[in-house]
Design a protein around this ligand. Structure first.
Ligand SMILES: [Zn+2]
Ligand SMILES: [Zn+2]
Length: 564
Protein backbone atom coordinates (compact mmCIF):
# COMPACT_ATOMS: atom_id res chain seq x y z
CA UNK A 1 0.00 0.00 0.00
CA UNK A 2 1.25 3.43 -0.84
CA UNK A 3 2.20 5.68 2.01
CA UNK A 4 1.33 9.30 2.13
CA UNK A 5 3.58 12.22 1.27
CA UNK A 6 3.50 13.33 4.88
CA UNK A 7 4.94 10.07 6.17
CA UNK A 8 7.58 9.66 3.48
CA UNK A 9 8.84 13.19 3.62
CA UNK A 10 9.14 12.95 7.35
CA UNK A 11 11.60 10.12 6.73
CA UNK A 12 13.43 11.76 3.84
CA UNK A 13 14.04 15.09 5.48
CA UNK A 14 15.73 14.85 8.80
CA UNK A 15 13.99 17.72 10.50
CA UNK A 16 10.51 19.01 10.87
CA UNK A 17 9.47 22.51 11.63
CA UNK A 18 7.32 23.20 14.62
CA UNK A 19 4.40 25.40 13.78
CA UNK A 20 5.03 28.99 14.61
CA UNK A 21 1.50 30.08 13.79
CA UNK A 22 -0.43 31.51 16.68
CA UNK A 23 -4.13 30.81 17.13
CA UNK A 24 -5.00 34.38 17.95
CA UNK A 25 -8.32 34.83 16.22
CA UNK A 26 -9.50 31.34 15.40
CA UNK A 27 -13.09 30.68 16.43
CA UNK A 28 -13.82 27.65 18.62
CA UNK A 29 -16.07 26.33 15.89
CA UNK A 30 -16.49 26.99 12.19
CA UNK A 31 -18.62 25.57 9.40
CA UNK A 32 -17.80 26.45 5.76
CA UNK A 33 -20.96 24.63 4.61
CA UNK A 34 -23.19 27.11 6.43
CA UNK A 35 -21.26 29.97 4.79
CA UNK A 36 -22.17 28.61 1.34
CA UNK A 37 -18.55 27.79 0.41
CA UNK A 38 -18.98 24.04 -0.06
CA UNK A 39 -20.46 22.33 -3.11
CA UNK A 40 -22.96 19.47 -2.87
CA UNK A 41 -21.99 16.05 -1.53
CA UNK A 42 -21.12 13.70 -4.38
CA UNK A 43 -21.32 9.94 -4.69
CA UNK A 44 -18.77 8.15 -6.88
CA UNK A 45 -20.53 4.80 -6.59
CA UNK A 46 -17.23 3.01 -7.15
CA UNK A 47 -14.11 2.83 -5.07
CA UNK A 48 -10.81 4.44 -5.94
CA UNK A 49 -11.72 8.04 -6.50
CA UNK A 50 -12.07 9.42 -2.96
CA UNK A 51 -8.91 11.56 -3.18
CA UNK A 52 -10.10 13.14 -6.42
CA UNK A 53 -13.43 13.96 -4.75
CA UNK A 54 -11.88 15.50 -1.64
CA UNK A 55 -9.33 17.58 -3.59
CA UNK A 56 -11.89 18.77 -6.17
CA UNK A 57 -14.22 19.83 -3.35
CA UNK A 58 -11.39 21.95 -1.89
CA UNK A 59 -10.62 23.48 -5.33
CA UNK A 60 -14.31 24.33 -5.74
CA UNK A 61 -14.46 25.96 -2.29
CA UNK A 62 -11.43 28.14 -3.01
CA UNK A 63 -12.95 29.18 -6.37
CA UNK A 64 -16.24 30.05 -4.65
CA UNK A 65 -14.51 32.00 -1.87
CA UNK A 66 -12.66 34.09 -4.48
CA UNK A 67 -16.05 35.10 -5.86
CA UNK A 68 -15.92 33.25 -9.19
CA UNK A 69 -18.95 31.04 -8.58
CA UNK A 70 -21.49 29.77 -6.09
CA UNK A 71 -21.90 26.37 -4.46
CA UNK A 72 -24.72 25.65 -6.92
CA UNK A 73 -23.01 26.55 -10.20
CA UNK A 74 -19.44 25.45 -9.45
CA UNK A 75 -18.66 21.91 -10.53
CA UNK A 76 -15.17 20.72 -11.45
CA UNK A 77 -14.40 17.28 -12.79
CA UNK A 78 -13.23 14.48 -10.50
CA UNK A 79 -12.96 12.12 -13.49
CA UNK A 80 -10.55 14.56 -15.13
CA UNK A 81 -8.33 14.87 -12.05
CA UNK A 82 -8.49 11.11 -11.53
CA UNK A 83 -7.60 10.16 -15.07
CA UNK A 84 -4.75 12.64 -15.48
CA UNK A 85 -3.37 11.81 -12.04
CA UNK A 86 -3.21 8.15 -12.94
CA UNK A 87 -1.82 9.00 -16.37
CA UNK A 88 0.50 11.83 -15.45
CA UNK A 89 3.07 11.15 -18.17
CA UNK A 90 2.95 14.03 -20.56
CA UNK A 91 5.29 16.07 -22.65
CA UNK A 92 3.97 19.07 -24.46
CA UNK A 93 6.53 20.11 -27.05
CA UNK A 94 4.49 23.16 -27.89
CA UNK A 95 4.11 24.71 -24.47
CA UNK A 96 7.47 23.80 -22.95
CA UNK A 97 6.16 21.37 -20.35
CA UNK A 98 8.39 18.30 -20.19
CA UNK A 99 6.97 16.37 -17.25
CA UNK A 100 7.69 12.69 -16.82
CA UNK A 101 5.08 10.39 -15.46
CA UNK A 102 3.48 7.04 -15.58
CA UNK A 103 0.59 5.44 -17.32
CA UNK A 104 -1.69 2.91 -15.77
CA UNK A 105 -3.08 0.26 -18.05
CA UNK A 106 -6.72 1.10 -18.69
CA UNK A 107 -7.85 -2.08 -17.03
CA UNK A 108 -6.35 -1.29 -13.63
CA UNK A 109 -6.43 2.45 -13.21
CA UNK A 110 -9.88 2.65 -11.75
CA UNK A 111 -9.58 -0.31 -9.42
CA UNK A 112 -6.23 0.50 -7.79
CA UNK A 113 -7.37 3.80 -6.38
CA UNK A 114 -5.44 6.99 -6.02
CA UNK A 115 -3.98 8.69 -3.01
CA UNK A 116 -2.62 12.12 -2.30
CA UNK A 117 0.73 11.38 -3.97
CA UNK A 118 -0.90 10.69 -7.29
CA UNK A 119 -3.06 13.77 -7.06
CA UNK A 120 -0.08 15.92 -6.07
CA UNK A 121 1.82 14.83 -9.18
CA UNK A 122 -1.08 15.88 -11.35
CA UNK A 123 -1.69 19.24 -9.67
CA UNK A 124 1.87 20.36 -10.46
CA UNK A 125 1.33 19.97 -14.20
CA UNK A 126 0.03 22.75 -16.42
CA UNK A 127 -3.43 21.37 -16.94
CA UNK A 128 -5.34 22.92 -14.02
CA UNK A 129 -8.83 21.54 -13.62
CA UNK A 130 -11.75 21.00 -16.03
CA UNK A 131 -15.50 21.40 -15.84
CA UNK A 132 -17.63 18.45 -14.80
CA UNK A 133 -19.82 18.82 -17.91
CA UNK A 134 -16.85 17.97 -20.14
CA UNK A 135 -15.47 15.07 -18.11
CA UNK A 136 -18.54 13.78 -16.28
CA UNK A 137 -18.07 11.17 -13.59
CA UNK A 138 -19.87 7.94 -14.29
CA UNK A 139 -20.37 5.57 -11.39
CA UNK A 140 -19.91 2.63 -13.72
CA UNK A 141 -16.35 1.45 -14.19
CA UNK A 142 -16.67 0.56 -17.83
CA UNK A 143 -18.08 3.93 -18.81
CA UNK A 144 -15.93 5.89 -16.41
CA UNK A 145 -12.66 4.68 -17.86
CA UNK A 146 -12.19 7.90 -19.70
CA UNK A 147 -9.41 7.01 -22.12
CA UNK A 148 -8.81 10.73 -22.39
CA UNK A 149 -5.94 11.60 -24.69
CA UNK A 150 -3.36 14.21 -23.75
CA UNK A 151 -4.87 16.77 -26.09
CA UNK A 152 -8.07 16.60 -24.07
CA UNK A 153 -6.32 17.98 -20.99
CA UNK A 154 -7.29 21.45 -22.17
CA UNK A 155 -10.43 20.65 -24.07
CA UNK A 156 -12.95 21.96 -21.60
CA UNK A 157 -11.77 25.53 -22.02
CA UNK A 158 -11.71 25.82 -18.23
CA UNK A 159 -9.66 28.86 -17.23
CA UNK A 160 -8.96 27.63 -13.69
CA UNK A 161 -5.33 26.78 -12.86
CA UNK A 162 -3.75 25.39 -9.73
CA UNK A 163 -1.89 27.99 -7.66
CA UNK A 164 -0.66 26.40 -4.43
CA UNK A 165 -0.65 22.85 -3.09
CA UNK A 166 0.27 23.02 0.58
CA UNK A 167 1.11 20.06 2.81
CA UNK A 168 0.27 20.43 6.48
CA UNK A 169 1.63 18.61 9.47
CA UNK A 170 -1.55 16.89 10.68
CA UNK A 171 -0.83 17.89 14.27
CA UNK A 172 -0.68 21.54 13.25
CA UNK A 173 -4.39 22.16 13.71
CA UNK A 174 -3.91 25.93 13.77
CA UNK A 175 -2.57 26.01 10.21
CA UNK A 176 -5.23 23.61 8.94
CA UNK A 177 -7.95 25.78 10.49
CA UNK A 178 -6.44 28.95 9.04
CA UNK A 179 -6.44 27.35 5.59
CA UNK A 180 -10.06 26.22 5.95
CA UNK A 181 -11.02 29.76 6.99
CA UNK A 182 -9.24 31.28 3.99
CA UNK A 183 -9.89 28.63 1.30
CA UNK A 184 -12.88 26.54 2.44
CA UNK A 185 -11.36 23.07 2.82
CA UNK A 186 -8.38 20.81 3.49
CA UNK A 187 -8.15 17.31 2.03
CA UNK A 188 -7.03 14.61 4.47
CA UNK A 189 -6.72 10.85 4.55
CA UNK A 190 -7.59 8.61 7.48
CA UNK A 191 -8.49 5.00 8.18
CA UNK A 192 -12.10 4.44 7.35
CA UNK A 193 -13.56 1.19 8.47
CA UNK A 194 -17.25 0.48 8.39
CA UNK A 195 -17.21 -1.06 11.87
CA UNK A 196 -16.19 2.21 13.48
CA UNK A 197 -18.71 4.48 11.87
CA UNK A 198 -21.32 5.70 14.35
CA UNK A 199 -24.99 5.97 13.51
CA UNK A 200 -25.11 9.72 13.82
CA UNK A 201 -22.51 10.85 11.36
CA UNK A 202 -19.55 10.44 13.67
CA UNK A 203 -16.47 8.37 13.00
CA UNK A 204 -13.82 6.89 15.21
CA UNK A 205 -11.10 4.43 14.51
CA UNK A 206 -9.63 1.38 16.06
CA UNK A 207 -6.27 2.32 17.56
CA UNK A 208 -4.65 -0.66 15.88
CA UNK A 209 -5.60 0.56 12.43
CA UNK A 210 -2.80 2.88 11.45
CA UNK A 211 -2.92 3.03 7.69
CA UNK A 212 -5.02 5.71 6.11
CA UNK A 213 -7.17 4.49 3.25
CA UNK A 214 -9.84 7.10 2.61
CA UNK A 215 -9.74 10.78 1.63
CA UNK A 216 -12.29 13.38 2.73
CA UNK A 217 -12.40 17.17 2.96
CA UNK A 218 -12.25 19.06 6.26
CA UNK A 219 -14.79 21.88 5.97
CA UNK A 220 -15.08 22.99 9.59
CA UNK A 221 -14.42 22.13 13.22
CA UNK A 222 -15.72 22.25 16.75
CA UNK A 223 -13.15 22.44 19.57
CA UNK A 224 -15.84 21.54 22.08
CA UNK A 225 -17.22 18.54 20.27
CA UNK A 226 -17.54 15.95 23.03
CA UNK A 227 -17.08 12.42 21.81
CA UNK A 228 -18.65 10.70 24.82
CA UNK A 229 -21.58 8.57 23.78
CA UNK A 230 -21.14 9.40 20.11
CA UNK A 231 -18.37 7.03 19.16
CA UNK A 232 -18.72 3.37 19.81
CA UNK A 233 -15.12 2.22 19.83
CA UNK A 234 -13.11 4.91 21.45
CA UNK A 235 -9.47 5.64 21.58
CA UNK A 236 -10.28 9.29 22.10
CA UNK A 237 -12.44 9.01 25.15
CA UNK A 238 -12.25 12.16 27.24
CA UNK A 239 -10.62 14.20 24.45
CA UNK A 240 -12.68 17.00 22.99
CA UNK A 241 -12.78 18.43 19.52
CA UNK A 242 -13.52 17.15 16.04
CA UNK A 243 -13.25 18.06 12.37
CA UNK A 244 -16.38 18.48 10.31
CA UNK A 245 -15.70 16.42 7.18
CA UNK A 246 -17.36 16.15 3.79
CA UNK A 247 -17.50 12.59 2.56
CA UNK A 248 -18.18 11.33 -0.97
CA UNK A 249 -20.70 8.60 -0.21
CA UNK A 250 -23.81 10.58 -1.14
CA UNK A 251 -26.03 12.91 0.92
CA UNK A 252 -27.96 9.98 2.39
CA UNK A 253 -24.87 8.78 4.28
CA UNK A 254 -23.96 10.13 7.76
CA UNK A 255 -25.31 13.57 8.58
CA UNK A 256 -26.44 14.64 5.08
CA UNK A 257 -23.16 13.32 3.72
CA UNK A 258 -20.99 14.93 6.45
CA UNK A 259 -19.48 13.50 9.62
CA UNK A 260 -17.35 14.42 12.64
CA UNK A 261 -13.83 13.03 12.85
CA UNK A 262 -12.12 13.41 16.27
CA UNK A 263 -8.93 15.50 16.37
CA UNK A 264 -7.37 12.61 18.24
CA UNK A 265 -7.88 10.04 15.51
CA UNK A 266 -4.38 8.57 15.13
CA UNK A 267 -4.72 7.66 11.47
CA UNK A 268 -5.22 11.12 10.00
CA UNK A 269 -2.45 12.09 7.55
CA UNK A 270 -1.77 13.68 4.17
CA UNK A 271 -3.43 17.02 4.91
CA UNK A 272 -3.38 19.07 1.69
CA UNK A 273 -4.64 22.58 1.01
CA UNK A 274 -5.16 23.68 -2.58
CA UNK A 275 -5.85 27.03 -4.17
CA UNK A 276 -6.61 28.19 -7.69
CA UNK A 277 -6.20 31.22 -9.89
CA UNK A 278 -8.22 32.14 -12.93
CA UNK A 279 -6.82 33.52 -16.16
CA UNK A 280 -8.09 33.92 -19.70
CA UNK A 281 -4.64 34.74 -20.99
CA UNK A 282 -2.61 32.53 -23.25
CA UNK A 283 -0.05 31.08 -20.88
CA UNK A 284 2.14 28.00 -20.60
CA UNK A 285 4.13 26.39 -17.84
CA UNK A 286 7.79 25.53 -18.40
CA UNK A 287 8.64 22.60 -16.20
CA UNK A 288 10.35 19.23 -15.93
CA UNK A 289 8.10 18.07 -13.07
CA UNK A 290 7.40 14.39 -13.16
CA UNK A 291 6.11 11.57 -11.09
CA UNK A 292 6.81 10.52 -8.39
CA UNK A 293 7.03 13.45 -6.06
CA UNK A 294 9.76 12.18 -3.76
CA UNK A 295 12.74 14.46 -3.51
CA UNK A 296 16.31 14.15 -2.39
CA UNK A 297 17.17 16.75 0.18
CA UNK A 298 20.08 15.72 2.30
CA UNK A 299 23.00 15.30 -0.07
CA UNK A 300 22.50 18.01 -2.60
CA UNK A 301 23.15 21.68 -2.96
CA UNK A 302 21.21 24.70 -1.74
CA UNK A 303 21.14 26.14 -5.27
CA UNK A 304 19.65 24.68 -8.45
CA UNK A 305 18.69 25.92 -11.90
CA UNK A 306 16.55 24.84 -14.85
CA UNK A 307 17.28 25.79 -18.45
CA UNK A 308 14.26 26.35 -20.70
CA UNK A 309 13.67 27.41 -24.29
CA UNK A 310 10.67 29.67 -24.91
CA UNK A 311 8.16 28.15 -27.35
CA UNK A 312 6.23 31.36 -27.76
CA UNK A 313 6.82 35.09 -27.71
CA UNK A 314 5.55 36.71 -24.54
CA UNK A 315 6.58 37.46 -20.95
CA UNK A 316 7.77 35.28 -18.10
CA UNK A 317 5.36 36.45 -15.41
CA UNK A 318 5.30 33.75 -12.71
CA UNK A 319 7.50 31.16 -11.08
CA UNK A 320 6.37 27.95 -9.39
CA UNK A 321 8.40 25.64 -7.16
CA UNK A 322 8.26 22.80 -4.70
CA UNK A 323 9.83 23.63 -1.35
CA UNK A 324 10.66 21.98 1.98
CA UNK A 325 9.03 23.30 5.15
CA UNK A 326 10.60 26.32 6.79
CA UNK A 327 12.51 27.33 3.66
CA UNK A 328 13.26 30.75 2.32
CA UNK A 329 13.66 30.83 -1.44
CA UNK A 330 14.90 33.40 -3.92
CA UNK A 331 14.09 32.68 -7.55
CA UNK A 332 16.02 34.63 -10.19
CA UNK A 333 15.47 34.64 -13.94
CA UNK A 334 18.54 34.96 -16.16
CA UNK A 335 18.55 35.32 -19.92
CA UNK A 336 21.02 32.87 -21.39
CA UNK A 337 24.41 34.43 -22.08
CA UNK A 338 25.45 31.45 -24.14
CA UNK A 339 28.28 30.22 -21.90
CA UNK A 340 26.35 27.54 -20.01
CA UNK A 341 26.48 29.50 -16.76
CA UNK A 342 22.96 29.86 -15.26
CA UNK A 343 23.96 33.04 -13.42
CA UNK A 344 25.85 34.94 -16.07
CA UNK A 345 25.00 38.64 -16.10
CA UNK A 346 22.34 40.19 -13.89
CA UNK A 347 19.00 38.56 -13.02
CA UNK A 348 16.19 40.14 -15.04
CA UNK A 349 13.46 39.35 -12.47
CA UNK A 350 13.30 37.82 -9.01
CA UNK A 351 10.94 36.47 -6.40
CA UNK A 352 11.66 35.90 -2.70
CA UNK A 353 9.49 34.30 -0.04
CA UNK A 354 9.53 32.17 3.10
CA UNK A 355 7.29 29.15 3.61
CA UNK A 356 6.27 27.45 6.84
CA UNK A 357 4.75 24.47 5.04
CA UNK A 358 6.16 22.26 2.39
CA UNK A 359 4.34 22.35 -0.89
CA UNK A 360 4.23 23.58 -4.46
CA UNK A 361 3.69 27.32 -4.79
CA UNK A 362 3.01 29.64 -7.75
CA UNK A 363 4.13 33.26 -7.36
CA UNK A 364 4.38 36.45 -9.44
CA UNK A 365 7.86 37.68 -10.42
CA UNK A 366 9.08 41.18 -9.51
CA UNK A 367 8.61 42.23 -13.15
CA UNK A 368 7.66 40.50 -16.40
CA UNK A 369 10.57 39.31 -18.56
CA UNK A 370 10.07 39.66 -22.31
CA UNK A 371 11.09 36.56 -24.31
CA UNK A 372 10.94 35.68 -27.99
CA UNK A 373 10.13 32.27 -29.38
CA UNK A 374 13.40 30.31 -29.23
CA UNK A 375 15.03 32.35 -26.44
CA UNK A 376 16.78 30.38 -23.73
CA UNK A 377 16.34 31.38 -20.11
CA UNK A 378 17.41 30.11 -16.69
CA UNK A 379 15.31 29.80 -13.57
CA UNK A 380 17.69 29.77 -10.60
CA UNK A 381 16.53 28.87 -7.08
CA UNK A 382 18.55 29.74 -3.98
CA UNK A 383 17.17 27.82 -0.96
CA UNK A 384 17.83 28.46 2.73
CA UNK A 385 17.67 24.68 3.24
CA UNK A 386 18.29 22.25 0.37
CA UNK A 387 17.35 22.35 -3.27
CA UNK A 388 14.85 19.56 -3.92
CA UNK A 389 15.65 17.11 -6.72
CA UNK A 390 13.38 14.38 -7.98
CA UNK A 391 14.40 10.84 -7.15
CA UNK A 392 15.09 9.03 -10.40
CA UNK A 393 12.75 6.16 -11.13
CA UNK A 394 11.00 4.49 -13.99
CA UNK A 395 8.58 7.45 -13.97
CA UNK A 396 11.12 10.21 -13.52
CA UNK A 397 13.85 10.97 -16.05
CA UNK A 398 16.40 13.70 -16.43
CA UNK A 399 17.53 14.67 -19.91
CA UNK A 400 20.71 16.64 -20.72
CA UNK A 401 20.56 20.44 -20.46
CA UNK A 402 17.59 20.56 -18.11
CA UNK A 403 18.57 20.76 -14.43
CA UNK A 404 21.85 21.96 -12.85
CA UNK A 405 22.97 22.12 -9.20
CA UNK A 406 25.65 24.31 -7.58
CA UNK A 407 28.12 21.92 -5.98
CA UNK A 408 31.60 22.65 -4.60
CA UNK A 409 31.90 25.92 -6.45
CA UNK A 410 30.63 24.86 -9.84
CA UNK A 411 27.44 24.13 -11.74
CA UNK A 412 26.87 20.40 -12.34
CA UNK A 413 24.29 19.03 -14.72
CA UNK A 414 22.14 16.51 -12.86
CA UNK A 415 21.61 14.55 -16.07
CA UNK A 416 25.06 13.03 -15.43
CA UNK A 417 23.95 11.61 -12.08
CA UNK A 418 21.82 8.46 -12.34
CA UNK A 419 20.32 9.04 -8.89
CA UNK A 420 19.36 12.71 -9.01
CA UNK A 421 16.71 14.09 -11.31
CA UNK A 422 15.04 17.35 -12.22
CA UNK A 423 14.39 20.23 -9.88
CA UNK A 424 10.75 21.33 -9.47
CA UNK A 425 11.53 24.96 -10.33
CA UNK A 426 9.24 26.29 -13.02
CA UNK A 427 8.31 29.38 -15.00
CA UNK A 428 5.09 30.53 -16.63
CA UNK A 429 5.11 32.49 -19.88
CA UNK A 430 2.11 34.65 -20.68
CA UNK A 431 1.61 35.47 -24.34
CA UNK A 432 -1.48 37.70 -24.25
CA UNK A 433 -4.15 36.75 -26.81
CA UNK A 434 -4.73 33.13 -27.80
CA UNK A 435 -3.89 32.07 -31.33
CA UNK A 436 -6.91 30.00 -32.34
CA UNK A 437 -6.71 27.52 -35.19
CA UNK A 438 -9.33 25.30 -36.78
CA UNK A 439 -12.75 24.78 -35.22
CA UNK A 440 -13.67 21.31 -34.00
CA UNK A 441 -17.36 20.52 -34.07
CA UNK A 442 -19.36 18.06 -31.99
CA UNK A 443 -23.03 17.46 -32.79
CA UNK A 444 -25.53 17.73 -29.97
CA UNK A 445 -27.58 14.61 -29.21
CA UNK A 446 -31.14 14.39 -27.86
CA UNK A 447 -30.02 15.02 -24.28
CA UNK A 448 -26.39 16.24 -24.43
CA UNK A 449 -25.07 19.55 -25.67
CA UNK A 450 -22.71 19.77 -28.62
CA UNK A 451 -20.11 22.43 -29.26
CA UNK A 452 -17.84 24.28 -31.62
CA UNK A 453 -14.35 24.35 -30.16
CA UNK A 454 -11.22 26.22 -31.14
CA UNK A 455 -7.78 25.24 -29.87
CA UNK A 456 -5.02 27.76 -29.30
CA UNK A 457 -1.97 26.82 -31.34
CA UNK A 458 0.36 28.37 -28.77
CA UNK A 459 -0.83 27.06 -25.42
CA UNK A 460 -3.19 24.23 -26.39
CA UNK A 461 -6.13 25.66 -24.48
CA UNK A 462 -9.60 25.80 -25.96
CA UNK A 463 -12.62 28.02 -26.19
CA UNK A 464 -16.00 26.48 -26.89
CA UNK A 465 -19.48 27.54 -27.84
CA UNK A 466 -22.20 25.17 -26.72
CA UNK A 467 -24.94 23.95 -29.05
CA UNK A 468 -28.12 23.04 -27.12
CA UNK A 469 -29.38 19.46 -26.93
CA UNK A 470 -31.98 18.67 -29.61
CA UNK A 471 -34.63 17.00 -27.46
CA UNK A 472 -36.11 13.60 -28.31
CA UNK A 473 -38.04 12.83 -31.50
CA UNK A 474 -40.72 10.50 -30.18
CA UNK A 475 -43.09 8.49 -32.37
CA UNK A 476 -46.71 7.66 -31.51
CA UNK A 477 -47.70 6.09 -28.19
CA UNK A 478 -48.19 2.33 -28.53
CA UNK A 479 -49.98 0.00 -26.16
CA UNK A 480 -47.41 -2.16 -24.43
CA UNK A 481 -49.05 -4.53 -21.94
CA UNK A 482 -50.90 -4.26 -18.65
CA UNK A 483 -50.09 -3.72 -15.01
CA UNK A 484 -53.21 -5.10 -13.35
CA UNK A 485 -56.09 -3.07 -14.78
CA UNK A 486 -53.82 -0.22 -15.93
CA UNK A 487 -52.56 -0.04 -19.50
CA UNK A 488 -48.92 0.63 -20.24
CA UNK A 489 -47.99 2.71 -23.28
CA UNK A 490 -44.57 3.39 -24.67
CA UNK A 491 -42.99 5.47 -27.40
CA UNK A 492 -39.46 5.49 -28.72
CA UNK A 493 -37.17 8.24 -29.91
CA UNK A 494 -36.25 7.69 -33.55
CA UNK A 495 -32.85 9.30 -32.96
CA UNK A 496 -31.43 7.73 -29.80
CA UNK A 497 -33.92 4.88 -29.21
CA UNK A 498 -34.77 6.22 -25.73
CA UNK A 499 -38.06 4.76 -24.48
CA UNK A 500 -40.67 6.93 -22.77
CA UNK A 501 -43.36 5.19 -20.70
CA UNK A 502 -46.91 6.21 -19.71
CA UNK A 503 -49.55 4.43 -17.61
CA UNK A 504 -53.34 4.92 -17.97
CA UNK A 505 -55.65 3.48 -15.33
CA UNK A 506 -59.05 1.89 -16.12
CA UNK A 507 -60.77 5.29 -15.69
CA UNK A 508 -58.56 6.87 -18.34
CA UNK A 509 -56.30 8.85 -15.96
CA UNK A 510 -52.54 9.09 -16.43
CA UNK A 511 -50.87 7.52 -13.38
CA UNK A 512 -47.31 6.77 -12.38
CA UNK A 513 -45.72 3.32 -12.70
CA UNK A 514 -45.47 3.19 -8.89
CA UNK A 515 -49.19 3.89 -8.60
CA UNK A 516 -49.97 1.15 -11.12
CA UNK A 517 -47.86 -1.33 -9.14
CA UNK A 518 -49.56 -0.28 -5.90
CA UNK A 519 -52.99 -0.77 -7.44
CA UNK A 520 -51.90 -4.18 -8.65
CA UNK A 521 -50.79 -5.33 -5.20
CA UNK A 522 -54.21 -4.48 -3.75
CA UNK A 523 -56.13 -6.13 -6.63
CA UNK A 524 -57.63 -9.37 -5.23
CA UNK A 525 -59.23 -10.66 -8.45
CA UNK A 526 -57.79 -13.79 -10.21
CA UNK A 527 -56.28 -11.51 -12.85
CA UNK A 528 -54.51 -9.52 -10.14
CA UNK A 529 -53.18 -12.70 -8.50
CA UNK A 530 -51.74 -13.98 -11.80
CA UNK A 531 -50.12 -10.64 -12.60
CA UNK A 532 -48.54 -10.49 -9.13
CA UNK A 533 -47.04 -13.99 -9.43
CA UNK A 534 -45.43 -13.13 -12.78
CA UNK A 535 -44.04 -9.96 -11.25
CA UNK A 536 -42.56 -11.81 -8.25
CA UNK A 537 -40.81 -14.45 -10.34
CA UNK A 538 -39.15 -11.80 -12.43
CA UNK A 539 -38.03 -9.75 -9.40
CA UNK A 540 -36.63 -12.91 -7.76
CA UNK A 541 -34.31 -13.39 -10.72
CA UNK A 542 -33.18 -9.78 -10.76
CA UNK A 543 -32.44 -9.99 -7.00
CA UNK A 544 -30.25 -13.07 -7.51
CA UNK A 545 -28.39 -11.33 -10.29
CA UNK A 546 -27.73 -8.21 -8.22
CA UNK A 547 -26.52 -10.31 -5.25
CA UNK A 548 -24.00 -12.06 -7.46
CA UNK A 549 -22.66 -8.73 -8.70
CA UNK A 550 -22.38 -7.30 -5.16
CA UNK A 551 -20.47 -10.30 -3.80
CA UNK A 552 -18.20 -10.37 -6.78
CA UNK A 553 -17.22 -6.74 -6.10
CA UNK A 554 -16.66 -7.47 -2.40
CA UNK A 555 -14.37 -10.37 -3.16
CA UNK A 556 -12.30 -8.16 -5.48
CA UNK A 557 -12.17 -5.48 -2.79
CA UNK A 558 -10.80 -7.92 -0.19
CA UNK A 559 -7.64 -8.51 -2.19
CA UNK A 560 -6.45 -5.08 -3.08
CA UNK A 561 -5.57 -1.83 -1.31
CA UNK A 562 -8.59 0.27 -1.83
CA UNK A 563 -9.12 3.98 -1.60
CA UNK A 564 -12.85 4.22 -1.80
ZN1 LIG B 1 -3.21 30.22 -25.98
ZN1 LIG C 1 -33.68 10.85 -28.45
Amino acid sequence: MKKSIAVLLALIIAFSLASTAFAANLPASYNAVEKGYVTSVKKPGDFGACAAFSVVSCLESDYIMQGYGTKDDTDFSEAYLYWFSANSGWSDEKSGYFGDGRTYPDSTVFTVGLNDLDIFASLKTDSGIAYERDFPYSPYLSQFMGHYSDIERFSSGCNVRIKDVVEFDVDDRVSIKEWVLAHGGVSIMFNSNQYYHGDNGTVANNKFQLISNHAVAIVGWDDNFAPEGKFSNMVMSGKKGAWLCKNSWGPEWGDNGYFWLPYSDPTVDAAIGVSVYVTDECSSKYSYNGYPVFYLGSEVSDKAANLFTAKQTGSITQTAFYIYPGTEITVSIYKDAGDGNPESGEPVATYSGKYIHEGYYTEKLSSPVAVENGDKFWVVGQYSTKAPLELMSQYSHDEPEQTYVWLDGEWIETGDDPTAGNCPLDAIITAGEHNYGETRHKDPTCDTVGYDMQTCEDCGRCVRTDIPAKGHSYGEWEENGKIGSATLYSRQCSECRNIDIMCIDKDGNVISLEQANEDLSSDNSPDGFFARMTERISSFFSLISSLITTWYMRIIAMFMPVYF
